[in-house]
Design a protein around this ligand. Structure first.
Ligand code: MN
Length: 498
């Protein structure tokens, strides 16, 4: 991750005299210092001189465009700043924009307030003028209103910074496909050219045997050292299998992990797609290997699902460095629990769930796959932490992409599942299992998702807005009738706004 920065630009004009402008500059410096010192922002805020003329505004926005480390600009109208002054600068600006609608003073100074004070502290007035022009120009931006010393306001700025970095980093995501989409499966398909136009993703295919060459080139010493690491870090559960044979199977995954990581690094890919039915010379479906690569930050999608692979990578970037992070992974909806009061969906995959989600102990197990024709693969088995998260599905509707986001609450299952040899999560989708499943199906959501505890629906909706794609949210308080109507209106909107 680059050491991104965000610029803090304060709007004003030269009608109020030098003393007022000195106050404006001092106040905005104080706000920037205070936000940086809070320790709550994931990236540094950089104070910029007050924007008072067309020339300064245009020059500053272009400097922001050209600064590799600048991931976005946060604007604040301390006083009134006539918004025509902002048109040229905004027209040329190409990075994420936030309008921070705050005010230096928290309380009206009832005893001393006079017209000078009102002229100097009129964000309620100036923020509306500026907001008007951004709306009229149809520019996507985030508006955050509230008092700058307030912790929740700081948290919202911090959260938006992560969204902005997702917007900036999206166009650097490169996905390698070691297999095409699984035959006859519809929802994992999509238009890769449109994905590059909309999101900047590069999605390339390689024959799986190119990967096999990298895997076969890994030395025995390297494999043995990595297997030792597996054996020291995880609980080895042989379940009566021959210990030597067990270790050899684990070694196959170690060899794949090292070989695949070398391929990804040499070719600069950040996400990978496999398919259990297209393994070429690989002895096992990559399981444990993929799980550990996801833990290192790579995106993954199974059965050729490049959209989910790119989303997992994107969400790992957006969540990177989160304090007390709980994890981000690929997942698949498998089985329901319909018992009243205990409703939920069991999430898993054949093997590939990211161990960043693990609650406590992680074991290595080897069991037959019910599909494919290879050796019983080694995999990491664990259950996911409890807590709130979001499950996200990106689908291609033919004329546009739709992002579907469901707020979910991960819980422990009532009982253990000793015969299930895969990592799992059990979650209750909001607002209820029935309504969430109906809404998800009306929206056309996939069975594969990108899941994170560390991001919010608001962040993903804002990212989608910036990409110019549709986003819908399934959560507490939703109305299913309204949700279905929203998608009908969206149909019209996107027909005329491609
Ligand atoms: Mn699958």
């Amino acid at each position: 991750m680059k050491k991104y920065q965000f610029w803090f630009c304060t709007g004003s004009q030269d009608l109020y005299g030098d003393e007022c402008l000195e106050h404006v500059a001092a106040h905005s410096k104080e706000i920037v210092d205070s936000l940086n010192r809070s320790g709550k922002l994931p990236f540094e805020l950089v104070w910029k001189p007050t924007m008072i003329t067309n020339e300064v505004i245009r020059r500053t926005f272009n400097e922001a465009n050209n600064d590799d480390l600048c991931a976005g600009v946060i604007t604040w109208m301390h006083t009134f700043s006539p918004a025509k002054s902002w048109i040229l600068g905004l027209q040329e600006f190409r990075k994420p924009l936030c309008h921070f609608h705050t005010q230096y003073n928290e309380e009206i100074p009832y005893d001393s307030i006079d017209m000078d004070f009102m002229n100097e502290n009129q964000t309620a007035h100036g923020g509306r003028e500026y907001g008007h022009i951004v709306t009229r120009m149809g520019i996507e931006r985030k508006v955050i209103a509230g008092y700058w010393k307030n912790d929740e306001v700081t948290a919202r700025i911090a959260s938006w910074m992560r969204t902005a970095v997702g917007i900036m980093e999206s166009s650097h995501i490169r996905v390698v496909r070691f297999a095409d989409n699984m035959r006859n499966v519809a929802v994992t398909e999509g238009d890769k050219v449109e994905a590059q136009i909309k999101f900047g993703w590069e999605i390339d295919a390689y024959p799986v045997n190119v990967l096999v060459d990298y895997v076969n080139a890994v030395s025995e010493e390297d494999v043995s050292a990595l297997v030792d690491e597996y054996y020291s870090r995880y609980e080895i559960v042989t379940e009566g299998r021959d210990p030597e044979e067990f270790r050899q199977h684990a070694a196959v995954q170690a060899q794949i992990e090292i070989g695949m990581e070398r391929f990804l690094k040499e070719h600069n890919y950040h996400a990978v797609v496999t398919h259990f039915g297209d393994l070429g010379g690989l002895k096992q479906l990559p399981g444990l290997a993929i799980q550990r690569l996801m833990e290192k930050g790579y995106g993954f999608g199974a059965e050729g699902d490049w959209k989910t692979a790119a989303m997992v990578r994107l969400m790992k970037i957006m969540a990177e460095g989160t304090e007390n992070a709980k994890g981000t992974s690929f997942f698949e909806d498998y089985t329901y629990n319909f018992v009243r009061g205990k409703e939920g969906i069991l999430q898993a995959h054949m093997l590939e769930v990211c161990p960043t989600l693990a609650d406590g102990k992680i074991s290595v197990r080897e069991q037959p796959l019910s599909m494919g024709d290879r050796e019983d693969p080694a995999r990491l088995v664990f259950t996911a932490k409890e807590g709130h998260g979001i499950a996200v599905s990106l689908i291609d509707l033919g004329d546009r992409f739709r992002l579907i986001i469901n707020d979910v609450d991960v819980k422990h299952t009532e009982k253990e599942m000793p015969k299930l040899p895969v990592a799992t999560a059990f979650w209750a989708p909001q607002p209820s299992l029935e309504t969430a499943a109906e809404a998800w199906i009306y929206a056309g959501g996939a069975h594969h998702t990108a899941f994170s505890y560390d991001l919010t629906a608001e962040q993903m909706m804002d990212w989608a807005d910036a990409m110019g794609i549709e986003a819908v949210r399934i959560s507490d308080g939703m109305d299913l009738r309204q949700f279905r109507n929203e998608m009908k209106w969206n149909d019209l909107f996107y027909r005329f706004n491609r």
